[in-house]
Design a protein around this ligand. Sequence first.
Ligand code: HEC
Length: 148
Amino acid sequence: MSQGKNSSQAILMVTIVVAIVLTILIWQLASIGKGSTAATAGGDDADTRIQPVAKVELVKAAAKSDGKPRDGAAVYNAVCMACHATGAAGAPKAGDKAAWAPRIALGMSALIESAGKGKGAMPPKGGAADLSDTELKAAVEHLVGLSK
Ligand code: HEC
């Protein structure tokens, strides 16, 4: 009697093991399938390559810091440099005294205001909507300091 009970337990065990193995196999096949579709859809590379530099940089800059206000240099490096280091989008280049002199003549508060609201091709806060007023002011001061 106990012999028959043992063999039906053995059959149950085998069935469970086979079921587990099959599940793993099917799961792996399914993920291989997904991988190959992603590889064939790899054609959006071109879209990434033709994005303007500024857009790529802005996405990176959107990463929030640990909540502490960043200093002017840090904000400048993360957000403003994308345009103001290279003159991208027609931005006045950092350190270009001739380009900055007439802007500096407007006064710091006017510059901070236009940097906050955006001006011409410059989006509000250079596109980093998460900048606090303190961070924006520090960044403008840093940028102006480089260009005096
Ligand atoms: C997407 C490119 C871009 C980014 C990023 C950017 N700027 Fe600008 N910025 C410009 C352009 C273009 C102008 C010139 C606007 C005009 O005069 O038409 C400008 C002008 C300015 C001016 C002069 C405003 C005035 O009234 O003449 C200040 C100040 C300034 N930016 C500060 C900053 C600061 C600070 C940051 C970072 C928080 C920043 N910008 C990020 C493109 C950018």
